[in-house]
Design a binder for this molecule. Structure first.
Ligand SMILES: *Cc1c(COP(=O)(O)O)cnc(C)c1O
Length: 360
């Protein structure tokens, strides 16, 4: 079976971990500092603060930016649960917006209708690695005095109008979970151009202080270990070539798939293809799931990101009218696009998917 995702871990990563283990010092230290500096090259030299997960990055990012209890943050419902969980963990209230089915990303026009006195943040997600309409959200933020955040967990090296993911929001958060475009095992990065947010985030991840035993605020232990940072530092040197390969694989799929809607790429933007997600127009959840079973039978791993909109998960359980989200959750299938696919595997993906779609 061609897996839906395939993390690439080589001898260099193993040697890096061993190098740290030999020092006997494994907690946050010089490897984390170096990883932060090296990652900042991908986000225009902004401050980078490494933490133990992408969810922690989102959570601490909100707290460091001053989100207060009861503040509303508008997020897409069509995303991973962490997008909304992090707002709630910071004491805020996630307000769920619909998406544009063409881009899979939050619809700016719908977001504007949801703005109230309590709206203190808007957090687009660059879903699957396709940039949200950050230029439009930036203008909305300016007009209403609302802070713009970015959930960049799936969008390492994606860009819009020459600005990378992570270079738009007051705070952006990346994830290094194993299936993401680069990994540190588990991990996340808070990115900001604001010195105060940078300082607060560094304290919040470390019991509320940067100097040992001088705790200034109440904080967490959300530090990244030097073991994880050492893996991330190797992956930083590889992720540009991997992203290029993802783009080449996507171009092949675009050119050869038939009878499905292939991923849209907005002019002026560069997709990072964390996922290559097709739509089966008019599918119901059940007909789509039958196609997934048939594609897997053909030896091609695939999956649905995400089958249930966040607002309908038991954790939020809200009754909202988000028609585009409800349509898209029934139509999407993510198929392999990862950089280690061989030409033979790519051809198998195309022939199996085209066969299944033609018979449906
Ligand atoms: C993976 C992901 C996260 C959370 O990252 P973790 O490192 O798993 O905590 C948040 N948002 C989105 C959109 C993600 O895909």
């Amino acid at each position: 079976m061609i897996p839906a995702a395939r993390p690439i871990i080589g001898d260099e990563e193993r040697e890096a971990v061993d190098r740290v283990l030999r020092t006997g010092m494994m907690a946050q230290g010089p490897e984390v500092k170096a990883f932060e500096e090296e990652f900042s090259a991908f986000v225009g030299g902004r401050h980078c603060i490494a933490v133990n997960s992408g969810t922690s990055a989102l959570h601490l990012g909100f707290l460091a930016a001053g989100l207060k209890a009861g503040d509303e943050v508008i997020v897409p419902s069509f995303s991973f649960a962490a997008t909304a969980n992090s707002v709630a963990l910071a004491g805020g209230v996630p307000v769920f917006a619909d998406i544009d089915p063409k881009t899979f990303n939050m619809d700016p026009a719908h977001v504007e209708t949801l703005i109230t006195e309590k709206t203190k943040g808007i957090m687009p997600v660059h879903l699957y690695g396709h940039m949200a309409d950050m230029d439009v959200f930036e203008a909305i933020g300016k007009k209403h005095g609302i802070t713009i955040y970015e959930d960049s967990a799936q969008a390492h090296l994606a860009s819009l109008n020459g600005r990378r993911s992570g270079e738009w929001g007051k705070v952006a958060s990346f994830s290094f979970y194993p299936t993401k475009n680069m990994t540190s095992g588990e991990g996340g990065m808070i990115v900001t151009d604001d010195d105060h947010v940078d300082h607060l985030a560094r304290m919040l991840r470390n019991q509320g202080g940067v100097i040992r035993y001088q705790n200034e605020i109440v904080g967490f232990n959300n530090r990244m270990t030097d073991i994880h940072a050492a893996i991330g530092r190797v992956q930083v040197t590889k992720v540009e070539a991997w992203t290029q390969k993802r783009r080449e694989n996507a171009a092949y799929l675009d050119a050869n798939l038939k009878g499905v809607i292939t991923p849209y790429v907005r002019p002026g933007s560069e997709h990072s293809y964390h996922q290559y997600t097709i739509r089966i127009p008019g599918a119901t959840g059940a007909s789509r799931d039958a196609m997934i079973a048939a594609i897997k039978e053909g030896g091609v791993g695939c999956d649905v990101y995400y089958p249930t909109p966040i607002h309908r998960l038991p954790s939020f359980n809200q009754k909202l009218d988000l028609p585009m989200t409800e349509m898209v959750v029934q139509e999407v299938i993510s198929i392999p696009v990862h950089p280690s696919l061989t030409q033979a595997e790519l051809e198998q993906v195309v022939s199996v998917v085209n066969d299944v779609v033609a018979k449906a």
